[in-house]
Design a protein around this ligand. Structure first.
Ligand SMILES: Cc1ncc(C[n+]2csc(CCOP(=O)(O)OP(=O)(O)O)c2C)c(N)n1
Length: 276
């Protein structure tokens, strides 16, 4: 398969992830569509292309680790794992956010195969990823650790402790990806608590920084591959992925309202038609 065919295949997969996530949110009448749609292309490249993992053996020792710190993006995460073969897609859609179901609104590593860290309380994922990266390095293992963060959560102080620690320990086996959709729960990040200049802040904490279009599958792919060109004792690497909240559904794009609003049946139909 050449690169163009690969990208076409991934692009199709990203649409399937978006559709499955929206179907589950609609059926549960609850969930977070905006941040699920913004992160879908990043998850696609990881789970369907670059990640070393095995859905038949989720705890395979040699797997790469992915910590999804923005745990409310669970619909996109479950959709990715389901389509990758960890469990049945319909099982997720039918049970999303039901009481006692494994498919809670925030991801839980004890309940769902393929989830490496339980998150949902924002700001904690990078600390967990740091621990995994340090542990793997101590074991002289070559696996990689990916941490997917939202931008709003970077307003949590714990993130900056973790960013400082990753720089200090030179975690060259850690790649963080920021879903920079510029919108948080109640508005634009720059109005709530400004993050910019984000690249310079990471650099000052000892990271290598790359900014990309977070919906361009080729760019996501090359940035992740570039992050592999390091020694485990080198700098940590952050990819600032510029994205659009609600990406792929015209009436959800860049709209704060769709952060945590479930689509009604007719809105779902419209969305699915756009993603066809
Ligand atoms: C510590 C903490 N405070 C508040 C919340 C409630 N909450 C859920 S999502 C969210 C903000 C979402 O914005 P962002 O972090 O930028 O995520 P994205 O836009 O990618 O969905 C908040 C405040 C939370 N989950 N954890």
């Amino acid at each position: 398969m050449n690169i163009e065919e690969k990208i076409a295949e991934l692009s199709q997969k990203a649409k399937e992830i978006r559709k499955l996530a929206l179907r589950a949110i609609c059926q549960a009448n609850s969930g977070h569509p905006g941040g699920s749609l913004s992160v879908a292309d990043i998850l696609t490249v990881l789970y369907f292309d670059l990640l070393k993992h095995n859905p038949q053996n989720p705890n395979w020792e040699d797997r790469d680790r992915v910590v999804i710190s923005k745990g409310h993006a669970s619909p996109a995460v479950y959709a990715s794992l389901a389509l990758a073969g960890y469990f049945e897609p319909q099982d997720f859609v039918n049970n999303f956010r039901k009481i006692n179901s494994a498919f809670q609104g925030h991801i839980d590593r004890l309940k769902v195969a393929g989830i490496e860290a339980s998150t949902g309380s924002l700001g904690q994922g990078l600390s967990m990823a740091n621990g995994m990266a340090l542990g793997l390095r101590l074991n002289k293992s070559s696996q990689k650790v990916y941490a997917i963060l939202s931008d709003g959560e970077l307003q949590e102080g714990q993130c900056w402790e973790a960013i400082m620690a990753a720089g200090h320990y030179k975690l060259g086996n850690l790649t963080a990806i920021i879903d920079r959709n510029r919108i948080q729960l109640d508005g634009w990040t720059e109005n709530t608590m400004a993050l910019e200049p984000l690249d310079k802040k990471f650099e000052a904490f000892g990271w290598t920084v790359q900014s990309i279009d977070g919906h361009n599958l080729k760019e996501i792919r090359s940035a992740i591959e570039l992050s592999w060109q390091r020694q485990s004792t080198d700098k940590p690497y952050v990819i600032i992925a510029n994205t659009i909240k609600g990406k792929g559904v015209s009436f959800m794009e860049d709209q704060v309202r769709w952060h945590g609003t479930a689509p009604k049946a007719e809105e779902l139909e419209k969305a699915l038609a756009e993603l066809a």
